[in-house]
Design a protein around this ligand. Structure first.
Ligand code: ACO
Length: 347
């Protein structure tokens, strides 16, 4: 019996129409375009409009990923929506996405915050290798703009909205080679949205104290832990798979901060040209960040079949992980070009 592997056969992304440059924050906060660019590498991000939500962005990205692969929604066996900003608390975002796309497969949400897509890929890989599913859609989708405290300059300038979708199918060769997942729940309070769940429902008091918004108590600690955790996760998957950093064509870390990614590349001893930094016009889109960056790298012609790709993520939980895979989708000249919206004016 031949071994069955999982491989990524398609990717796509969707960003809201509205582009919000750093200049917008200069009008509402004590901050500057220069500070944000120098400390994070972010020049602009997309914020959702009234008709856009986590489910609409996820569905748009998923529909494009399936179309690019020539796969019908009815032929997909499982849909995993990785998000920490769900459409509603009940039911899952996946329920809305499934209905929008006319799918009929089992579907569920997965919340590992910024590490969501790496977790999702690992689940999809196991489902396909076990023979339980043939086609699995893993979508990272977030509308962080609706949980940002626009009076808190230490968080609101960092994040953006968007969705990235990846389609996984079986193959005779890997595909997904190795993954590792980790979480340290003792750090849960460091990055959290305190009110809105069962522990602290949204009350007038909670709203007054702005506890329904995202809070980060120690950005520098998050920064350091992001670098060390992603580096150790990358080293672990490389060692387990018997590869070296020099074998990697492209490292796609969670796009939280350009300085985090530069530090990660240095720790791994990688040529900076192989560490993707694609945060300038997108910002930190949490679980959507790696699949968005992957789609944009594919569209830019940075990936060819057989290339080794190393992905790593770190976020609230604190949750982290890494996934090593061979890119198997063909080079496609027909995909839409990647536009750089970082200099665009707020619409
Ligand atoms: N504009 C201007 N000044 C600011 C801003 C801002 N938007 N935000 C913070 N500052 C100020 C601080 O108040 C501080 O002022 P002080 O010296 O008077 O106290 C000063 O800038 C330096 O603050 P630091 O926190 O030391 O700045 P640092 O260089 O660490 O950058 C940042 C802050 C960008 C948040 C960084 O720590 C970081 O990226 N951390 C990772 C956090 C992250 O990405 N979280 C997202 C979720 S988790 C993840 O995705 C990995």
């Amino acid at each position: 019996m031949t071994t069955r592997y999982a491989r990524i056969s398609s990717a796509a992304s969707a960003l809201p129409a509205r582009v919000v440059p750093n200049a917008y924050f200069e009008t509402i906060l004590d901050t500057s375009d220069q500070w944000i660019i120098e400390r994070t590498g972010i020049r602009a991000r997309h914020f959702s409009g009234a008709t856009e939500s986590t489910a609409t962005l996820a569905a748009d990205a998923a529909a494009q990923a399936m179309e690019r692969a020539g796969v019908s929604p009815q032929s997909v066996d499982m849909l995993i929506v990785c998000t920490c900003t769900p459409e509603r608390l009940i039911p899952s975002t996946a329920a809305f996405v499934q209905a929008r796309l006319g799918m009929s497969c089992p579907a569920f949400d997965l919340n590992a915050a910024c590490a969501g897509w790496v977790y999702g890929i690992s689940v999809a890989d196991a489902q396909i290798r076990a023979g339980t599913a043939d086609r699995v859609l893993v979508v990272g989708a977030e509308v962080l703009s609706r949980v940002l405290d626009m009076t808190d300059r230490t968080t609101c300038v960092l994040f953006g909205d968007g969705a990235g979708a990846t389609l996984l199918e079986p193959g005779e060769e890997p595909g997904i080679i190795e993954s590792m997942l980790a979480l340290d729940g003792t750090m849960a309070e460091v990055l959290t949205q305190p009110a809105g769940g069962t522990a602290e429902p949204v009350t007038e008091e909670a709203l007054k104290a702005r506890r329904n918004f995202l809070r980060m108590t120690d950005g520098q600690a998050v920064f350091k832990m992001a670098v060390t955790s992603m580096a150790s996760a990358c080293t672990e998957v490389l060692e387990k798979a018997g590869y070296a950093a020099a074998d990697i064509k492209l490292a796609i870390g969670h796009q939280a901060n350009a300085r985090i990614l530069t530090a990660l590349g240095k720790r791994l001893g990688m040529d900076p040209g192989r560490v993707l930094i694609d945060i300038a016009s997108v910002g930190n889109t949490s679980a959507a960040s790696i699949p968005i960056a992957l789609d944009r790298a594919w569209r830019r012609g940075l990936l060819e079949p057989g290339d080794l790709v190393l992905t790593a993520a770190f976020g609230a939980g604190m949750a982290w992980g890494a996934s090593l895979f061979r890119w198997t989708a063909p080079v496609r000249a027909d995909l839409p070009p990647v536009e750089d919206e970082s200099q665009a004016v707020d619409a």
